[in-house]
Design a protein around this ligand. Sequence first.
Ligand code: NAG
Ligand code: NAG
Ligand code: NAG
Ligand code: NAG
Length: 817
Amino acid sequence: MMMNVEHTFLISVILSFLLIANSEVYIVTIEGDPVISYSGGIDGFEATAVESDQKLDFTSDLITSYSQHLEMRHDKLLETLFDAEMYTKLYSYKHLINGFAVHISPEQAEKLRRAPGVKSVDQDWKVRKLTTHTPQFLGLPTGVWPTGGGFDRAGENIVIGFVDSGIFPHHPSFQNPRIDPYEPLPRYRGKCEVDPHTKTSFCNGKIVGAQHFAKAATVSGAFNPEIDFASPLDGDGHGSHTASIAAGNNGVPVRLHGYEYGRASGMAPRARIAVYKALFRLFGGFVSDVVAAIEQAVHDGVDIINLSVGPNSPPATTRTTFLNPFDAVLLSAVKSGVFVAQAAGNGGPFAKTLVSYSPWIASVAAAVDDRRYKNHLTIGNGKILAGIGMSPATRLNKKYTLVAANDVMLDTSGKSNPADCQKPEVLNKNKVQGNILLCGYSFNFVIGSASMAKVAETAKSLGAVGFVLAVENASPGTKFDPVPVGIPGILITDVDKSAELVDYYNVSTSRDWNGRVKSFKAVGAIGDGLEPILHKSAPMVALFSARGPNIKDYSFQDADLLKPDILAPGSLIWASWSPNGTDEANYLGEHFAMISGTSMAAPHIAGIAALVKQKHPHWSPAAIKSALMTTSKTLDRGERPILAQQYSGSETTTFVKATPFDYGSGHVNPRAALDPGLIFDAGYEDYLGFLCTTPGLNSNEIRNYTHQPCNYKLGHPYNLNSPSIAVSHLVRTQTVTRTVTNVDQKETYRITARMSPAVDIETSPVAMTILPGESRKFYVTMTVRSVTGTYCFGEVFLKGDRGHKVRIPVVAMGYDR
Ligand SMILES: *[C@@H]1O[C@H](CO)[C@@H](O)[C@H](O)[C@H]1NC(C)=O
Ligand SMILES: *[C@@H]1O[C@H](CO)[C@@H](O)[C@H](O)[C@H]1NC(C)=O
Ligand SMILES: *[C@@H]1O[C@H](CO)[C@@H](O)[C@H](O)[C@H]1NC(C)=O
Ligand SMILES: *[C@@H]1O[C@H](CO)[C@@H](O)[C@H](O)[C@H]1NC(C)=O
């Protein structure tokens, strides 16, 4: 049975591999500036007024004809090299990088690589959605949804672009409100596709753009129009979920199975949504589709891009984490003033598992929030067994007969596995009715299509009053998510408790010599699991959240740049879902879902960035990121240091004091971020300087990706003006420079620092008075006191006499004294 399932899976994998074995998608960049860095003069085109970090007018005649010119060059190059029927050009990239995606054979790729003017040829690679399917036991966000007062206009006139799995446009979270409807937003130029099924536009005023990018997915044979939909419609659920976290309407009731789980609101509920679908249900997506989506988003004029994707693995053909077509295109997006929030990755809790590397991106780690859902089963011998299940209780003071699915099956042929209660038709309704159905948690819940939602449906359709799903074996450390169900139901996750239950059931149930049940005498009652328990030890870094140190290349050498940047809620997040989505078995056909991942954390940051951008429209992406980071918190709600979930040796979850490698600067604090006092600003030139000083990065390679020479030096990559300090190789004494800019009134700041004892830290000057708009440098000097072979952690703190508190994390590893 189980084997069959795995077999089919294997065969289908091999088939799709064969289909694509011959031709592949390649991302090619060629000489010549993309629109974003074009400064004129090439091939008869006049200079444009492109200052670095300034938004381009993509509609100007000159830009339009320059981009047509680039596209013609792409076509000409391909025409001169190959016969027309031997290749398919999928996209021309003109805005952020100059190049194209093309479907060709590896031999043709070789030929392209050697062609004059070709700068890079990278085979396309897959990206994936950064939701986690690791079932999680803990928490549900609540305080993260600012509702009412003051936030009614939050995000007004800001457009957030979602490069994700699309959207379910009919959801209440995405409607144009009848009271106070949106005004048109002429500066945004995105297209709106029409739904092929309903013939209506995907846009409605709240959703201002909706397009899909599936050419690479299609030619590679991975795209399935039945479930992936050749339109912006969300066939997964992920895209609708993340869009509503960042920008969903305020006060939308979260209803499932007749119960209300509170009200949802996006972080910036008045922000507009621009959908760039490039991710699909089963396989995630392809970089060439994602790059096309990002190019389009920047061209269309989004303010913020929320990226829920990261590479499945580092790209094979580039040597550094910062320079690949994906990060290069994001650098161009940042250059044009777009803030990019990206999920840090879900490979935690192990070190160096980040998949978001570059300084121009805000890399977001995921926190567990303060709500926990617990439930219990009381059995006839008086024992109370703990479990999870967001369900109503059985009737007060009444116990119901327990009947195991195994003992009430109709179909004894062995063709199906009735014990996991996925199909009502194999069970005897007469025996289940009015009782509690006892089911077993099989491997099919982990790898197959079995779900707790189906158990609830089965129990309901057989007239059971409730159900118990018992986990009888599980690998240690396995965590389970609570699932909302409409009838009393509980998942007993602890193997020992399940054994107690089974023993009790066995002892109480009398059988004939064939093993058939003569009478069911075991009884039980299910408690109320709808009410969450609030914990003070929140936020906490989620187990799955990827951890630093950041790496600078694919030999996993440490970078002099701290990642992740910031922590935001990302565990068990309630948000909108697409009823057309098929990604989560427990939420098929539903309008809301509660899921986990750094993918859920990043849109929190995208939404809060929209609020900052609304208040400070002219701030650079780096300034916004700085405001979010320097005001974040390292203490939890109980005013103790934030903890991180970790595995202990035996793979059970433990809690350790979190470090900047777990949470960057700390947990986001939206209100403080609106008024940071000082910012650490940086722009395109600074990022180039970072690249040019990073050891091992070849200046030709940098030029090939950025179209800029390396004539700007920071001295050392740790001097990049980021709101954090990382020195991966501290030898004796080193001094790091930072520059702060006052974005408020004149204020005097005292500068202090502290660090764990193995490294001495000093700052100078001790204090400085900064005028409004003025920038001032300060220096942080670190000296190795003892070589410990581990990182030391600390912070630099700037305290203003008008009340601003500016804090940046410091990490350093001492080598030589
Ligand atoms: C339940 O009892 C039957 C015999 O009545 C026995 O074969 C079976 O192993 C028992 N199961 C457990 C889990 O104890
Ligand atoms: C998407 O889901 C909605 C609501 O369940 C349904 O009406 C619609 O037909 C679905 N669309 C497609 C293309 O399956
Ligand atoms: C935002 O980005 C995060 C991570 O980068 C991702 O998980 C999430 O799905 C994105 N949200 C939207 C609405 O695209
Ligand atoms: C950069 O591009 C040139 C062609 O313009 C190519 O010859 C060179 O190998 C590339 N350098 C690197 C390091 O990729």
